[in-house]
Design a protein around this ligand. Sequence first.
Ligand code: AMP
Length: 371
Amino acid sequence: MGNVRLYDKSFRPFIPYDKIEEAIDTVALRLNKDYGGSTDVPVLLCVLNGSILFTAELMKRLSFKCEVVSIKLSSYSGTESTGNVRQVMGMTGSVEGKRVIIVEDIVDTGKTIVDLKRILSEKGAVESKVCTLLLKPDKYHEDIPIDYVAMEIPNDFIVGFGLDYDELGRNSKDIYVLDTDMKYYILFGPPGAGKGTQAAAMVEKFNLCHISTGELLRGEIARGTQLGLKAKALIDAGELVPDEVVEGMIENKFNTVKDVAGFLLDGFPRTIAQAEALDRMLAKAGSKVTAVVSLMIPDETIRERILGRAAVEGRADDASEETIANRVRTYHEKTEPLIGYYKDAGVYNEIDGLGTIDEVRSRINSLMEKY
Ligand code: AMP
């Protein structure tokens, strides 16, 4: 089981399906003991949508006669002083004169339980008990007893087995927890510093997803897309493409990649605006930049290296002296200010980019191992 990414968030495996099944077995045994042999027909109240899977698995294990009714609550911020108000969107059957077992996926603050208990008594239920798959004891401070608890969990954000993040993730058999430990490394430095060369080994060693905005843009150009056509003229002149374009590409990658320990950003951010946009994207995922690995080489070396690379890789923007000079100028003007930005954030690390590929690689590795 690897990590899964839902939208902008990454989740790591937390409770595997076999453990969930065991916990449901145990809670079902207790219910069978307490309700078995009675003459009435209790109602299982499935609280949509989160409890769909739990209700289904639980029902299969119950040996007494029971009915199933579903209910959906929606919360909205009302204008009343009471703040959040929950409204019944529908209850699919009658509970009048019945004993009810509320089947919940998770109880955290317990506000839903308070509302449900009130609604059930208004609708004439003679008794209501609560059966939940998960309970967050650190968050739950209501007086109502939670009668049946399959598993207790710490106060973390989880998805799977019916629970969602913005409606995604419900269909996972296993439960995942928000992974705030995702690593976000920035490989920084002037053009020709060796970022692309070093990135290959770094992603392999640390199981990272390499995102090179330059490579992504060259891919767009090769495929002749609209975006590629627009970017080509700017790239060939040694200018930057607009911030929104590269930011969109980065966000798209964050949202679609799976099973990595983190990301290695190469060629991004290149402006303060991009760095701020990155901070916002990561903040949404409960994260921030882990470290900036900055490869430094003098301006004279930049020119030599790029001209050398032009002969091997044939990149249009490597071939002309004028474009190279413009890229170096753009770097000093727009990108270098990021050094101060990341020093202030306490994540900036400089590495001497001169020497053999292996020498630079071992300097990078000893730095990365600290994070
Ligand atoms: P690179 O392969 O990183 O040297 O990038 C090649 C060219 O792609 C740059 O000179 C820019 O024209 C463009 N580019 C790459 N990354 C960015 C970025 N983050 N912001 C703006 N333009 C970029």
